[in-house]
Structures are given as C-alpha cells and as structure tokens.
Design a binder for this molecule. Structure first.
Ligand code: DQQ
Length: 498
C-alpha cells in the first residue's frame, strides 16, 4: 500500500479529534494523532535535534508500528517530518518497526531497529538521505538472524549502538528465562555482520517481587549505555510477560565486555508513566533523555480522543551529589514561559489565587524542618472534588524524605488510573527542596532535588480544574514561588502523514 492509500484508511478526523481533546498536552510533543510510544533515534545531527518515535498513524492503538519523525533546533518547538519507517508488506518488519537508534556511519545516517514479524523481533538496518528524510531498508535485513544460540530468551529487541575505535558495538535488550533481564553485547565492522560477544550484565529476577519498585524484571527493554561525567550508566525498562513496569538504571563501570554494577536506581518515580527512555549526547556535551508518558485512562476514552501517548519534556541528566543522576527539564523550555507571578517568602499556607491554569510551570524553593510536609495542589476544581497533590515530606530524623504524588482525587472517572506514586527524596542539612512542577493538561512532570516523577491526570471537569494551592504541616518556609503560563507549541491539527 502507498502512503496515500494508507492515509485514506485512517480513522476519519483523527488529527482533528486529537487536537480538540481537552486532555491533550500543549507544550509536550505528541504525535499528530493515533498512537505514540518510545522515543527512538534520538540525536543532534548538524545542529538539528531529531526525535523519532514509535507511531501508529492509523489509530490510537499499539499496532503495526511505524517510525514517526520530528525535528527541532531548540528542543522546544518541533517540525513534523515525513514518517521515516513503514512496516514492509513482506520482510522481517512486516508487523512493525519497533524501537531502535540512529548512528552516524561515516556520514551516512543509519537506523538500527527491531523488525517485527509474528511474535518475534530481529535487528534491522536502514540508511538515510543526507537530510534524514528518506530511508532505505537494507536488503540484508534482519542483520542478526536469531537470538544467541542455546539461550532461552524471554524476549529480544531494542538497540544501543556505538563505535569504539574502528569497531561498532551493540546491545540488544533481552532476558534469560529463569535468571533475569539482560543486555546482549555484539560487535561488528560494518553494522551488517555481527559477532555475539556475550551478556554485558544479567539481572536477578528472583531478587524481590514484581510488586517492588526496583524489581529488575524478566526482560530489559530499551537498554541504553552512556557515560555522565565519568560515571557509567546502564539504563533499561523492566518488563515482564507483556507488563511494562518502570525505568531503572545501574551506575557502575563499563570495561571490556562487562558492566560492573555498583548501585541500582529508579530513573523516574512515576513507574510506567515514564517508560522506555532513550538518551543522546548533544553537540554541547549534554546528556538529554526523553521518555514515553503512557496513558492512564480507559481504552474507550483513548479511542474516542483519537490519540495516545505523550513524549516527556527533554530532560538534562547530570551527576547528582549522592551518586544518583540528577534530572531537570532542559533550560530552553523557559522560552515558553509567559505571565510571570512571584510570591514569597512566607511561612505556612499560602494564598495562590493569582495562579491558575492547566498549562503551568511552577518553580519553588522550600525549606522544611525535620518532620514537616508541604503539599502543592494542582488541577483543583473550585469545590475541591478533583485535585492532584505533590507532597514533600522530610523525615523526623531530617536526613531523608519522600516525594509523593497523590492522584486519588485527580479524577472522578472510575476508568482512570488514580493510584499514587512515590519515591525517596534526598535532603541536605538545611532542609532545602528545589521543586519544579510542570502541568500540561493530562501530563504532569515533577522534579524535586533532581529526582523525577511523571504521571497523567484526567479531571472530569478539565476546564474548571485549574486551581493551585499550597499547604504545610510542621515548620516549613516557602523561600519563593514563581509561576508562569506555558505557551502552546501545537496550535492547529497536524497532518498524520507529514
Ligand atoms: N516498545 C517497543 C519495543 C520496546 C517497547 C515496541 C517498549 O521495541 O521494547 O513499540 O515500550
């Protein structure tokens, strides 16, 4: 089928319906309509940021996945580019072009992705035109014919590819049945012929249970190996029997053919609301990561809305003071800030009537005495029936605390997931918390002392759910609170096939 014929079979008005949905974010990147999941092929190429993504332009459902493509020069506004990969009518990717990466093969843009056929995914390659707009699949696909021989794998897909000297190295995410998630290491001279080296690292799925927030799963999706200021990081998304759990990372040392882990961390406290992250090092030497913010409403509501899946804001990843990574939205996003409101300093509860909206950037410096709690409410209806609360608590001992997102009252719709989320929060001796909360309709991203928590919220009265409040228990000071409305980056329906 040609693109035009496929486009003709698209659900009528998908992009228009998507654009009209009150729950659709306006300053996060979303697909024009239909389905979006993982970020792919993330790169900074000749001064242009390229964001490819798992895309189904036909319907808001994960089916026969294409690669969507968008570019940006500032990581803030995006231009839709032609769909980069379409599943073949025959061949190893006839059931989908699943996740992968973009590498520079001596000036030739080259995608390494997982071609899906039946229930199986295998590594495939496609090369691009110099402007990265047109892609040709390699006739040799799949470039690896099967998972390593003699290993009983739980699944096998997704790629991390880099060059060391003259040699390409590749990780493929997988899991060894009865053991745990793993990343298989391969080597190649030409990206087409690969030699299996062995597992770079294998997790232990019997350690903890599936309910644990740092369980490493039976398979690692979207493995990503990178270095941040001398610390080696192996990031992955813990998966088990079709269930997407959460993004984790090991810090440690990559040497030779092995990764020696020193500590396991959670990349985001929102569990699968920030899933399948991928990172790149930009021309400024910064490590930038994007993740997929999954939906939290029912399938019917998603089908009606005409779109599914939000790309996270681009995050800057730096080494944190405690051995973990610190995350923050890239500073470029400040360009969208409008209508500044400043309040503080004050102690105790605050009157924040001057601040309201569903497209907000809230930035505050808090100081909590041991045992104190601060609650920042967002998306509140005037009667308080619907509200979402970011809660910061400092333990009585003062050395640690908790970041919690209360979503229990975020929606009165019984089909919406309203389970709370939480994670540990590091505290310095003076009890300071630098908190940033970005509210973008149903998408919410929270950053507290470098820890991140993404989630989705769907108030049933979205137009009224614009209130913001701040309350405290115990001794807590708000040194300052700055708020802005965020300008939209999407102002009209976009073509599904740019
Ligand atoms: N999504 C892709 C897979 C990957 C998963 C398919 C993670 O390649 O393992 O759309 O969300």
């Amino acid at each position: 089928m040609t693109h035009d014929l496929i486009a003709a079979t698209v659900e009528e008005g998908l992009a228009e319906r998507a654009f009209r949905d009150p729950h659709r974010p306006r300053f996060h990147f979303t697909s024009p309509g239909g389905w979006l999941n993982d970020p792919n092929g993330l790169s900074h190429w000749d001064g242009v940021y390229h964001l490819f993504y798992q895309y189904n332009p036909l319907a808001p459902a994960h089916h026969r996945i294409h690669w969507g493509h968008a570019t940006s020069t500032d990581l803030v506004t995006w231009t839709d580019e032609p769909v980069a990969l379409v599943p073949g009518t025959t061949g190893p990717d006839r059931d989908g072009c699943w996740s992968g990466v973009l590498v520079d093969d001596g000036g030739v843009p080259t995608l390494v992705y997982s071609g899906r056929h039946g229930e199986r995914e295998l590594p495939c390659v496609a090369t691009g035109s110099p402007d990265l707009r047109h892609w040709t699949k390699d006739p040799a696909n799949p470039v690896i014919a099967a998972p390593p021989e003699g290993v009983d794998v739980t699944a096998y897909r997704d790629h991390c590819v880099w060059k060391e000297g003259d040699v390409w190295r590749q990780l493929v995410g997988s899991g060894i049945r009865g053991q745990g998630g793993t990343a298989f290491l391969y080597e190649s001279q030409d990206l087409r012929h690969w030699r299996y080296v062995g597992p770079l690292l294998t997790g232990d799925a019997s350690h903890g249970t599936a309910a644990d927030l740092d369980w490493t799963g039976t398979m690692w999706e979207c493995v990503d190996l990178f270095r941040v200021d001398g610390t080696d990081v192996l990031a992955f998304s813990a998966w088990d029997e079709g269930a997407t759990h959460h993004p984790l990372y090991w810090t440690g040392r990559y040497e030779g053919d092995r990764f020696e882990p020193s500590a396991l961390h959670r990349l985001d406290y929102g569990q699968n609301y920030f899933y399948a992250p991928q990172s790149t090092r930009d021309a400024h030497g910064r490590r930038i990561v994007f993740g997929w913010l999954q939906e939290g409403r029912g399938e019917e509501a998603t089908a009606r809305a005409g779109w599914s899946g939000v790309m996270s804001l681009p995050r800057l990843v730096t080494p944190g003071p405690d051995g973990a990574l610190a995350q923050a939205p890239v500073p470029e996003l400040a360009r969208l800030r409008r209508d500044h409101v400043h309040v503080g300093p004050f102690e105790g509860d605050a009157d924040l009537d001057a601040i309201r909206g569903d497209q907000l950037d809230l930035e505050t410096t808090l100081r909590l005495a041991p045992g104190a709690t601060v609650r920042l409410g967002v998306r509140e209806t005037p009667d308080g029936a619907e509200r979402t609360v970011v809660e910061i608590t400092r333990d009585p001992a003062g050395t640690s605390g908790t970041l919690r997102l209360h979503r229990e009252a975020s929606s009165l719709d019984p089909d919406v997931d309203t389970a709370p989320r939480h994670g540990d929060l590091p505290f310095g001796p003076d009890g300071t918390v630098e908190l940033r909360v970005l509210v973008d309709h149903s998408a919410l991203e929270v950053f507290a002392n470098g820890r991140a928590l993404a989630a989705r919220v769907y108030p049933t009265r979205p137009d009224e759910a614009t209130g913001v409040s701040l309350t405290t228990t115990g001794r807590a000071t708000v040194a300052r609170l700055d708020a802005w409305h965020m300008a939209p980056i999407e102002t009209a329906p976009r073509p599904l096939w740019p």
